[in-house]
Design a protein around this ligand. Structure first.
Ligand code: AKB
Length: 314
């Protein structure tokens, strides 16, 4: 796995190790992993995925069968560093696909609702639709989807992927995304009973609790190939919220919680260029996708888990 120390990797590594065995999952990143958790530790390698030789070396040495390629810059940070975003998001993916072609590995590629743009239908964005994103992140995600499709059809690489919505997790924070507010709001609610949101209160976007995202990835990678019509870039969703709605849900548990707004024009413009919701019918039909957490269940679990984590040690 590349980008193993990031928001998804921090939970996908332990999930894969539990399923396939601790020593059978090689975590890689340019950052060292966080402090050991209760999960058993396994192999870790420093790997910069913009270096083809490093990707090849790890795949060869560990006889890798599947690459979960998570290393990428998220939407807001990509907008502030577009050249670096192109270099990492596209360069890294290209090296991963090339090595997968040569060593016959399967590949998982996380695309995003950011692969859509202002001309995509804004509500229930279809699986197959107009994709003309206006952000560098979106450009790299839609280009990533296309090059994955190319390697699948031209070279027979088994590439599978999801268009993930904003991910909400109590384990590792996201970094530099537009949907990050939906994680920050929980930390601030517990610590200060107050959150200043960088998106407008009525900004609707799709979200998903990390437990569902991990299950979706495992399920897609194990899905019967003969049932897959799309194989890559599946729309998936679980929760549709605005900051206002999320604050209302949090207030059911933290009645004194207050939200106010200081809109960041850059992140607001990114959010406004994305669909308000997506249609995940293809994922449901082709590999039985179904989320377990709605906004109420996710909010309750987040507050419980984060409450324990952030409680000051005595
Ligand atoms: C971001 O906000 O950049 C990501 C995403 C929706 O892809 N969370």
């Amino acid at each position: 796995m590349t980008g193993a120390a990031g928001q998804i990797g921090s939970e996908l590594v332990p999930a894969l190790r539990e399923k396939y065995g601790v020593d059978r999952v090689v975590a890689t990143d340019i950052r060292m992993p966080g402090p050991p958790t209760t999960a058993p530790q396994g192999p870790f390698e420093y790997l910069d995925c913009t270096r083809a030789d490093q990707v090849q070396e790890v795949v060869r040495r560990y006889r890798v069968r599947a690459i979960y390629h998570l290393a990428a810059l998220l939407s807001a940070i990509a907008e502030s560093r577009p050249q670096a975003a192109w270099n990492l998001n596209m360069g890294g993916l290209y090296h991963v696909l090339e090595v997968a072609r040569q060593y016959r590995c399967a590949v998982f590629f996380p695309s995003s609702i950011g692969a859509f743009g202002p001309t995509t239908p804004r509500d229930m964005a279809p699986q197959d639709t107009v994709q003309r994103p206006t952000t560098m992140y979106g450009v790299t995600k839609v280009s990533g989807e296309l090059i994955c499709d190319y390697y699948a059809s031209r070279f027979g690489v088994d590439v599978r992927g999801l268009r993930l919505p904003g991910l909400i997790s109590h384990v590792a924070p996201p970094g530099g995304g537009t949907t990050d507010y939906a994680v920050e709001i929980f930390y601030q609610a517990i610590r200060y009973r107050h959150y200043t949101c960088f998106l407008r209160g009525d900004t609707a976007l799709d979200m998903m609790y990390m437990a569902d995202a991990i299950r979706a990835i495992l399920q897609l990678m194990e899905a019967d190939r003969t049932r897959l019509i799309h194989h890559n870039a599946f729309n998936v969703t679980a929760i549709n919220v605005t900051p206002e709605r999320l604050a209302t849900e949090i207030r059911k548990h933290v009645p004194e919680f207050v939200i106010d707004y200081e809109v960041d024009p850059i992140r607001q413009a990114i959010a406004d260029s994305w669909p308000r919701s997506v249609d995940d019918g293809a994922a449901r039909a082709e590999w039985d996708w179904s989320p377990a957490y709605d906004v109420a269940a996710m909010t309750k679990d987040m507050l419980e888990k984060l409450g324990t984590k952030l409680r000051p040690a005595r």
